[in-house]
Ligand binder design. Structure first.
Ligand code: ADP
Ligand code: MG
Length: 351
């Protein structure tokens, strides 16, 4: 069907919560709306849902302007952070809720509820009270309830944020699979970039009411719009202003960052070699580095490396098999840095 929002704005007193947002979600696709707390994600979602009226702009579903159509006539399903289940109804009746509203007959309802419970891994639990379920199970019920009537658009606002880390990791794979099989568009709001990239085809990065950049994981991580976006997406090797120019010069880059621009080292392209190791090629030959801090992060290592030739530190992440042994403060390496590991970023908007 396709969703499009055009120049949407919403102001609360002095706060421009949503500030001229234009976005498009192609038929069947999932878009993640990713941004820090307070940047306007929920407000934008409420405008799309019709729970809030915009000051300016319009919302189009399947090409039709629905800006003034009430929520219950917009053919959408919603999932919220706090699950918002009906506590007085059992699991099956929660899932059937939208089907009753849409006047499905009892037999069709029962069949669809069974199908949905199987889809979210809750078969056999239809008669349970929702208050007897775990948080993860409750959110599965909320997903099943939202998807049961086959809405043309599914809106999810931080659906996994109230779950603990292990459950979140488990459910984000499942939600990705459900949204893939949905066949309708979905807008998935989150402040967590891992979640955004796991569930969505495209990610829109939002900051202070505006969309900063839209793209696939590869596009965003490979070429973030500016220094703020790069850091927000998890890049740790970003230099700005004078420092950016200084590091670029020290590294012998052919081009220097523009005034106000930034320099990014995509450290996933950087290989650490033991000093004097054979097989160095000139293209990637880089400077000496020495470990200043070494910390385990799960199965990986996070190293802070001093790089005297560049006059700066570099943060590197990877596995010990890439290091030829356990790193410790003082361990020396040579960096192998292909030219494409560097990116010049344009100046960003001030916060
Ligand atoms: P997010 O979901 O990204 O955390 P919100 O959309 O909830 O952000 O909020 C964006 C901004 O709008 C915040 O500054 C918030 O305080 C403000 N805001 C949101 N809803 C209201 C409201 N109903 N009344 C007044 N201010 C609001
Ligand atoms: Mg929110």
């Amino acid at each position: 069907m396709g969703l499009r929002v055009e120049r949407l704005s919403k102001t609360y007193g002095p706060v421009r919560a949503v500030d001229g947002v234009t976005l498009e979600v192609p038929p069947g696709a999932t878009l993640a709306l990713l941004g820090p707390s307070g940047c306007g994600k929920s407000t934008l979602l409420r405008l799309i849902a019709g729970l809030e009226a915009p000051d300016e702009g319009r919302v189009l579903m399947g090409g039709a302007d629905v800006t003034r159509v009430p929520t219950q006539r917009r053919d959408l399903g919603m999932v919220f952070q706090d699950f918002a289940l009906f506590p007085h109804l059992n699991v099956a009746d929660n899932v059937a809720f939208g089907l009753v509203e849409r006047r499905w007959d009892a037999a069709a309802r029962a069949g669809r509820v069974e199908e949905m419970l199987a889809l979210v891994g809750l078969e056999g639990l239809g008669r349970r009270r929702v208050t007897e379920l775990s948080g993860g199970q409750q959110q599965r019920v909320a997903l099943a309830r939202a998807m049961a009537p086959r809405p043309g658009l599914l809106l999810l606002d931080e659906p996994l944020s109230n779950l603990d880390e292990a459950l979140r990791a488990e459910l984000r794979g499942e939600v990705a699979r459900l949204l893939d099989g949905l066949g309708a568009e979905a807008v998935y709001v989150t402040h967590d970039q891992v979640e955004a990239f796991a569930v969505a085809d495209a990610v829109a990065v939002m900051r202070a009411g505006r969309i900063v950049q839209v793209g696939t994981a590869q596009e965003l991580l490979g070429a973030p719009a500016d220094a703020w976006t790069a850091r927000f997406l998890g890049h740790e090797n970003v230099w700005e202003g004078e420092e950016a120019a200084r590091v670029a010069r020290a590294a012998g880059l052919a081009r220097l960052p523009a005034a106000g621009g930034a320099l990014l080292l995509r450290v996933e392209e950087v290989v650490l070699r033991s000093p004097g190791e054979t097989g160095r090629d000139r293209r990637t030959a880089g400077p000496d580095a020495v470990v200043r801090e070494a910390a385990r992060e799960g199965l990986a290592w996070r190293l802070v490396l001093g790089v005297p030739a560049w006059g700066t530190d570099v943060v590197w992440r990877g596995h010990s098999r890439e290091l030829g042994g356990e790193p410790a403060p003082g361990t020396a390496y040579e960096l192998a840095v292909p030219p494409e590991a560097w990116r010049l970023l344009p100046p960003g908007e001030a916060a």
